[in-house]
Design a protein around this ligand. Structure first.
Ligand SMILES: NC(=O)c1ccc[n+]([C@@H]2O[C@H](COP(=O)([O-])OP(=O)(O)OC[C@H]3O[C@@H](n4cnc5c(N)ncnc54)[C@H](OP(=O)(O)O)[C@@H]3O)[C@@H](O)[C@H]2O)c1
Length: 298
């Protein structure tokens, strides 16, 4: 297949590109910097030449400003929203107008859709939550509507916390845990729906290939854990103590609003649609995933 990937240079994009190329597919990254022979767009300036997207079989959209790199000022929040909603709208309206559109758009989305939900089991039919991220995700998913109205199959991958030492939340936690400074965050009772980097790439691959996967798709491992369990397992795999809790009030002081939406929010996802589709997680259990990611013996 001929596949375009926006946001291809990021954590998930790099892993997905690797497995698609290994499978013999042709991957064309859609880049925000001009490079000879490469596809170009500038979502900030609403620039995307449609002719370069004619004739592809599938489009994957992973573009978005990093949500955890800085404190959430009003400007950062605008960037988080616009880099997802405006870029997705630009891409989907452009695809809808092509004379030879792709058969599928696989768009990133996030577990933030569900807000803070305690121990409620969340499937794709669960309601939207409240908060900044829940509102952003709703707009982000809605921005794919021009493509679905045109008959393009749209898969909205509601991704959980991607585990990889190469980036994302885990790469920030690792140095602290490796120094023996890890501990539970807040009450430790909040659920964390995680997914191994390899499985997230495989789930995107499945969504590209499987014609009956569409709409929202929970993209998280089938065994979510509480923060207390996550802390215990990561400490065990690293063979380090985890005796330094970060109380909720301290997390809020350090990170502001981001603390409540990213560290302290509880989301217990069930990957119902992937399971119904027969998708087999390579790493369904946390300890197994962490050992694989950190190169520890099984
Ligand atoms: N990693 C996670 O735990 C996780 C969890 C839930 C949801 N997601 C979502 O999944 C998507 C991919 O995640 P990821 O971890 O691979 O993210 P990532 O490593 O931050 O990569 C995202 C890519 O988006 C592009 N990008 C960065 N800033 C941008 C901006 N201001 N405007 C437009 N494009 C921008 C960049 O690609 P180019 O420079 O090539 O354009 C970047 O490599 C993101 O939308 C993210 O919100 C991730």
């Amino acid at each position: 297949m001929k596949i375009v990937i926006a946001g291809a240079t990021g954590l998930v994009g790099t892993a997905l590109t690797d497995i698609l190329i290994a499978g013999g597919h042709q991957v064309s990254p859609l880049l925000r910097v001009r490079k000879a022979g490469e596809l170009f767009w500038s979502p900030e300036e609403n620039i995307l030449d449609p002719t370069q997207l004619e004739g592809f079989d599938a489009v994957v959209n992973l573009a978005g400003e990093n949500i955890a790199s800085d404190r959430w000022t009003e400007e950062k929040k605008r960037l988080i929203r616009d880099s997802r909603v405006n870029s997705t709208r630009l891409l989907s309206t452009t695809l809808a107008a092509l004379s030879s559109p792709p058969s599928v758009l696989v768009n990133a989305s996030a577990l933030g859709y569900y807000g803070n939900r305690g121990d409620e089991v969340l499937t794709e039919t669960s309601s939207k939550g409240t908060g900044f991220l829940a509102n952003v995700v709703q707009e982000w998913e809605a921005a794919t509507e021009p493509a679905s109205s045109k008959g393009i199959r749209v898969a909205l991958m509601r991704i959980g916390v991607v585990l990889s030492p190469k980036g994302g939340a885990m790469s920030r936690l690792l140095p602290i845990f490796q120094m023996g400074g890890g501990g539970i965050l807040g009450s430790g009772k909040q659920y964390m729906s995680w997914i191994d980097l390899e499985d997230v790439a495989r789930a995107f691959h499945r969504a590209i290939m499987s014609s009956n996967l569409e709409g929202p798709i929970n993209t998280a491992a089938p065994q979510p854990v509480t923060n207390a369990e996550f802390t215990k397992v990561l400490g065990k795999v690293l063979m380090r103590p985890t005796l330094f809790p970060l109380p909720a009030a301290a997390a809020r002081l350090i990170m502001g609003e981001m603390a409540d939406e990213l560290l302290l929010a509880s989301q217990r996802l069930k990957p119902a649609k992937l399971e119904e589709n027969g998708f087999q997680f390579q790493y369904p259990a946390l300890e197994q995933s962490l050992k694989h990611l950190l190169g520890k013996a099984k």
